[in-house]
Each structure stands twice: as structure tokens, then as C-alpha cells.
Write a protein that binds this ligand. Structure first.
Ligand SMILES: *[C@@H]1O[C@H](CO)[C@@H](O)[C@H](O)[C@H]1NC(C)=O
Ligand SMILES: *[C@@H]1O[C@H](CO)[C@@H](O)[C@H](O)[C@H]1NC(C)=O
Length: 290
């Protein structure tokens, strides 16, 4: 449906429409829609923007649900002072026993580094945070953030460099996320109670609006017809490109990249937090260097 916003934009030759309306040729609407605060989600054709100000944050969600595959998006994070803000890109299923794979970008004061926090929830239980700094400034250019999900693992990637591998260790009795369809989500919100320097630095609203920009939306995943019917995506006989061992397991080169990221950019790993986990979480005991 072509709404008034699109008509106005044609008339004024300034094509900025809210995320609920279709801008011709834009991929965003094919895959996603605004999930809250539609007036804080703006499309200018190629780029979609989420805006946080003192009245609201904003979010978008995929139109479909998926079981396994690869989801990628290019994001340019809030420029300048982003302290107190969190921008998230994640996959999640629904319900109290939900599974979730998160990228959370914790803002900072001007010139200070963002933290990228990843987390994995399985059957409603998270507490698997890892944190790293990036090897570039994520606020000046678009960079690609991806989640590659197969029956063997969940791989988090930044510009195709793996930053985290969460393996399927069901053979060790550890549950893995593989039987709930997931949606894909992004949002920006105020989290100044914890995000920046542990909550010490508050959001400076005089610097609002805080804007995260998105483009190049890609979902190459198995779309489920309904969340009750997963057979198309999960049957034993089904094989997709992400099931190939060359894809679902890191290559030697990718392993080296991951080791480099962990050695040079990792600032926190729940696996080594003895104060929080006096008993090392079971999956950490099996994750050698991961
Ligand atoms: C929110 O920001 C606007 C514009 O900067 C300002 O006029 C308004 O007073 C602010 N509202 C609150 C509740 O702080
Ligand atoms: C913000 O910058 C400070 C100082 O460089 C740093 O300690 C902190 O880890 C950075 N990130 C966040 C999200 O607080």
C-alpha cells in the first residue's frame, strides 16, 4: 500500500518514509517491518534508520521466522556521543523457553570505544556473555554483522571474521538451540543503567537523537511456513548449504582469525569469570580455546 508519506515524499522529492510504508526497490520491506515506535524508524530507500530520543527508542523485526541459515546486516552505529545507548541485532524465538543469539553494541562517549557484547540463550537461559572491542571505528562506516546458524554451531561474524563460535555439544548432554524457529530483530534503546562503564556514564539527551543506520539486508535461511511446522527445515534428510562441513566448521584461516580476535580484542568471556561462575559452565569445559 502506498501511503501518504510516500506521496509526500514524491511531491517534495525528499524520499524519507516511515518503516511501515513501502519505498519501491528497497529490500528492507521485503524482509522486515517496524516492530515498535514506527515514527522512530525511517527509510530513505537504501538506508533504514532507527532513532532514539527522550521519547522513545525503536525496533524492527523480520516478517518471517527461520530455522537455520545465515542472517547479515550492515550497520553504522551511533556517531559521536553514544554513551548510555544500546543497539542490538539478534535472532530470537518466542516464549519463556526461548533461544536467542545476540549482538549488543554498547555505546560510549565521543572517541571512546564501543563494546560488542554477544550472548546465547538456550531454553530461556542466557548468562553466556562475551565482550570485545572492534578493530575499527564502527560509527564511521557500515560494517557487516552476521549470524550463521546450523545444526553444528552458531557463529557470530564481523565483516566475515568469526568472533565467536557456540558449538552444538548435545553429545556431551548440553542443550543446543535447534528446535525453535527464530525471528530476526534490531532495536536501539536507552540502557544507561548498565551499558557504559557499567552504568556510570549516563545518556546525554542534549545529544539526541541517537541514530543507528542499516543497509544491505540479507537473510539466506530456511523460512518456516508456521512455527509449528519445522519439518521443511529440520528433517534429517534436509541438507542446506550451511550443513556442509566446510561451512558449519571454521576453516583453518577462520580459526586463525578467531584466535587473533580473542587474543587482541576480547575483554570479557563468561567462561573465565570464576567470581560469577565458581563452577565453570559445562560447555566452557568442552570449548578448548573458545
Ligand atoms: C525531550 O527533548 C525535546 C527536544 O530536545 C525537549 O524539548 C523536551 O523538553 C524533552 N522532554 C523531556 C521529557 O525531557
Ligand atoms: C568506554 O570507554 C571506556 C574508557 O576507554 C572503557 O573503559 C569502556 O570499556 C568503554 N565502553 C563501554 C561500553 O563502557
Amino acid at each position: 500500500m502506498v501511503g501518504m508519506g510516500w506521496f509526500m515524499c514524491m511531491m517534495m522529492m525528499v524520499c524519507v518514509v516511515s518503516c511501515g510504508e513501502a519505498a519501491p526497490g528497497a529490500k528492507f520491506e521485503e524482509l522486515y517491518r517496524s516492530s515498535w515506535a514506527m515514527d522512530h524508524c525511517v527509510n530513505d530507500g537504501e538506508v533504514t534508520k532507527l532513532k532514539l530520543d527522550n521519547s522513545s527508542g525503536a525496533g524492527f523485526e523480520s516478517r518471517s521466522k527461520y530455522l537455520f541459515g545465515k542472517v547479515s546486516i550492515q550497520i553504522k552505529l551511533v556517531e559521536g556521543d553514544s554513551a548510555g545507548t544500546v543497539t542490538a541485532f539478534y535472532m530470537s524465538s518466542e516464549g519463556s523457553n526461548h533461544n536467542e543469539f545476540d549482538f549488543e553494541f554498547l555505546g560510549n562517549t565521543t572517541g571512546e570505544p564501543y563494546i560488542v557484547q554477544t550472548n546465547v540463550y538456550v531454553n530461556g537461559v542466557g548468562n553466556r556473555e562475551q565482550r570485545l572491542n572492534l578493530w575499527f571505528d564502527p560509527t564511521t562506516e557500515f560494517h557487516t554483522y552476521s549470524i550463521l546458524w546450523s545444526k553444528r554451531s552458531v557463529v557470530f561474524m564481523v565483516d566475515e571474521t568469526p568472533i565467536r563460535v557456540h558449538k552444538n555439544l548435545e553429545d556431551k548432554g548440553i542443550p543446543f538451540a535447534k528446535d525453535q524457529a527464530m525471528g530476526v530483530y534490531s532495536s536501539i534503546w536507552n540502557a544507561d543503567d548498565w551499558a557504559t562503564q557499567g552504568g556510570l556514564v549516563k545518556t546525554d539527551w542534549s545529544h539526541a537523537p541517537f541514530i543507528a543506520s542499516y543497509k544491505d539486508f540479507k537473510i539466506d535461511a530456511c523460512e518456516v511456513p508456521t512455527t509449528a511446522d519445522l519439518s521443511k527445515c529440520s528433517g534429517e534428510e534436509q541438507r542446506f548449504w550451511w550443513d556442509e562441513p566446510t561451512v558449519s566448521e571454521l576453516s583453518l584461516h577462520q580459526n586463525h582469525q578467531l584466535i587473533w580476535v580473542r587474543a587482541n580484542h576480547m575483554i570479557y568471556d563468561y567462561c573465565f569469570d570464576a567470581a560469577r561462575f565458581p563452577v565453570t559452565p559445562l560447555e566452557c569445559q568442552h570449548h578448548r580455546h573458545l
